[in-house]
Design a protein around this ligand. Sequence first.
Ligand SMILES: *[C@@H]1O[C@H](CO)[C@@H](O)[C@H](O)[C@H]1NC(C)=O
Ligand SMILES: *[C@@H]1O[C@H](CO)[C@@H](O)[C@H](O)[C@H]1NC(C)=O
Ligand SMILES: *[C@@H]1O[C@H](CO)[C@@H](O)[C@H](O)[C@H]1NC(C)=O
Ligand SMILES: *[C@@H]1O[C@H](CO)[C@@H](O)[C@H](O)[C@H]1NC(C)=O
Ligand SMILES: *[C@@H]1O[C@H](CO)[C@@H](O)[C@H](O)[C@H]1NC(C)=O
Ligand SMILES: *[C@@H]1O[C@H](CO)[C@@H](O)[C@H](O)[C@H]1NC(C)=O
Length: 459
Amino acid sequence: MPGACGLGLLLALLLPPVVSASRPGTVFRLNKEVLSYAVEAGKAPLQRALQVTVPLFLDRSGGVFQPTRIQILNVDVSHLRLTFVADFGIRLLAATNFTFKIFRDPEPLHLLLPIALLADTSVEQGSIGTPLVSISSCFSIFDKAIVFDGRNSTAPAMLAPLQSHIKAVLKSKLCLRISNLVQGLNVHLGTLIGLSPVGPESQVRYTMIDTPTITNDYISLDINAVLFLLGRPIVLPVDSTPFVLPQHMGTKGAMATVGLSQDLFDSVIMLMQKAGALNLDITAQLNSSNNPLNTSVLGQLIPEVARQFPEPMPLVLKVRLGATPTVTFHTNNATLRLQPFVEVLAPSSNSAFQYLFSLNVVVNLSLQLSVSKVRLRGTTSVLGNVQLTVASSNLGFIDTDQVQTLMGEVFEKPLLDHLNALLGMGIALPHVVNLQYVTPEVFIQEGYVVVSSGLLYQR
Ligand SMILES: *[C@@H]1O[C@H](CO)[C@@H](O)[C@H](O)[C@H]1NC(C)=O
Ligand SMILES: *[C@@H]1O[C@H](CO)[C@@H](O)[C@H](O)[C@H]1NC(C)=O
Ligand SMILES: *[C@@H]1O[C@H](CO)[C@@H](O)[C@H](O)[C@H]1NC(C)=O
Ligand SMILES: *[C@@H]1O[C@H](CO)[C@@H](O)[C@H](O)[C@H]1NC(C)=O
Ligand SMILES: *[C@@H]1O[C@H](CO)[C@@H](O)[C@H](O)[C@H]1NC(C)=O
Ligand SMILES: *[C@@H]1O[C@H](CO)[C@@H](O)[C@H](O)[C@H]1NC(C)=O
């Protein structure tokens, strides 16, 4: 039994790398509320991006070519709208005012040019499993320029050719700038496939596995988790039925709705079990008042212990999870069922440990899930009684009822502390760099979990 943890690791290493499509499913749904947030967050970057340079204008109005410098003083995106276009992608509509300064003699001229921008972008599955946004069409529509100052009564002859010059330049440059923004966004979305730790030695990577589903209300990405143990992807014998997140789940009006399949939880728990992360040794110090784990206490329940250990000795409980714990989701409740095998040992004369007896334990835990930053964390508490049966004994007959209370007591707290520390680290939800889940809510459904959340982008 002491080699169980090592064996688990070895087995995991011997498993072939991921080849099949059977990976635990997750659905990441961005609702239209996220577009309002993107408008808010995206206005300033868009304004900056649209500040292009305009080449010199050759003014011919005076009879000779007069190179005239043009500067964009300000870009005001007064109205920005993003909408989902069903089965296609996202449409951007921006109403802007460009203010130009024309450096002409004898005094500069200021122009206000209203420009409407329209860009349609498709959202697809990129080759490396990241979302890929690309511009399929982009237009700029120019309104009449308004001359701010200068001698507007005698509209300069240069005005018409000047406007044509500006339009010709902006027509290509503005769409190019929007395209650059989208490229930057793609690089950012690419961080979806970054590795995140799950537990000791184990990691998760999310990849998109399908074309996104786009409706007028949301964009839904099917994402699979690939789990890694010691840096190697592993295949887990899990259900390969694709996970489908029903519509209208979670909180209405939340920016993101994330559906996490039972499969994902089974796989993560299995990974932890295989990695030996769930195993623990419970040891006690003699003279520690809060841990009644010694032979004199046990000797009162099992006379044979008292006979073999006339002097009080500390005991060791080796807790090993041979069977994978099972997670069950029912509406509004999640439970985790553990069936650890517990060996009870005592120090023997030759500084080794002497095996006393072993127990098969069943413990039902209630699992509470919460999200902080980008991680889904769990805490557990014991549901009902810890159930014990004696597996084998070196001490002859052991009355289970006799040891039940003591073992339950010494076993429960360290086990919970251990599990809660582990599950408290949490598993990263699908995310990209600089994006956090805010005001998240977790809903337990029959067979899956839904996280409803706002999103916060912070550099
Ligand atoms: C552009 O500026 C003009 C004049 O200030 C204003 O009437 C108009 O509403 C503005 N348009 C946009 C899209 O900001
Ligand atoms: C520009 O012309 C309009 C009407 O033609 C006039 O009301 C306005 O005062 C003029 N502005 C300047 C700065 O001359
Ligand atoms: C336990 O405590 C008693 C009384 O304080 C002391 O005599 C004894 O040496 C202690 N035993 C150990 C193992 O610390
Ligand atoms: C054994 O545990 C009991 C219960 O906590 C405690 O009262 C007693 O002092 C312990 N004995 C020794 C020798 O530590
Ligand atoms: C969880 O829900 C199921 C089904 O509704 C129910 O049978 C079970 O008792 C509940 N468990 C807890 C701990 O509330
Ligand atoms: C654990 O839960 C299962 C299923 O609800 C139940 O059958 C079993 O009796 C419970 N065991 C303990 C030890 O509470």
